[in-house]
Design a protein around this ligand. Sequence first.
Ligand code: F6R
Length: 260
Amino acid sequence: MRVVIKPTAQDAVQFCADVFSQQLLTKPTSVLGLATGGTPVNLYKELIERNKKGDLSFALAKSFNLDEYLGLAGTHPQSYRYFMQQQLFDHVDIAPENTHLPDGLADDPQAFCNQYEHSIKDAGGIDLQLLGIGSNGHIGFNEPTSSLASRTRIKTLDPKTIRDNARFFSEDEHQPHLSITMGIGTILDSKHVLLLATGEGKADAIQATVEGALSAMCPASALQMHQQATIVIDEAAAAKLSLKEYYLAVEAEREKLTTF
Ligand code: F6R
């Protein structure tokens, strides 16, 4: 696990944008795993900027999102499809047919989940998977006690997640309690996992992810088993790490190596 601690949230965003740029430059046909929520919004803004300047292109890329609310159409303002259109897809050169999200209105959701797994495999697997993290340690909508080997499936949301996400819904709006999410096993199959977390509200979850026991109680701790997992955090999200000095030293050594 590589732990990158940046002074501010915006520095963390810049670092992640550089990882995306590098990925798309090295492999323009990359398969990208994408996330929604508050955390990636500024990252997507930065990617849009770079795309507009011609510094990176999604023209040959494909994307698969982690999750979607079950019961919401892609045209619903709170659906993750709608979010992705607004926050990224409508502003960059990605081909609409190359963007994939779980279908919240699938007639047979479990059959859809199986098909989603096949589609990812048929595309060659995910090269770079972006993740956020829930305050309870969830990744995608894999809530605590999710199987660490799970695949795309229907998941009931933890009441804590429902409360955390209530800020996106107006008071009289129906907030779904079910989702379709890639499993932890699906996420672990990605070649590179990039987890971005900012703010003090994520400090406990980050501590459990990086320094806690490998446990389904903190789904993100499964990343300890991944060969290329990069955890990018700001100072606030790093506040509860006991080996912070070590992670900073590792990055300083890396800097030296790349300047030789
Ligand atoms: C969203 C997703 C979730 C979020 C997590 C953090 O696609 O997969 O796991 O990344 O709930 O959400 P924010 O960024 O809103 O704190």
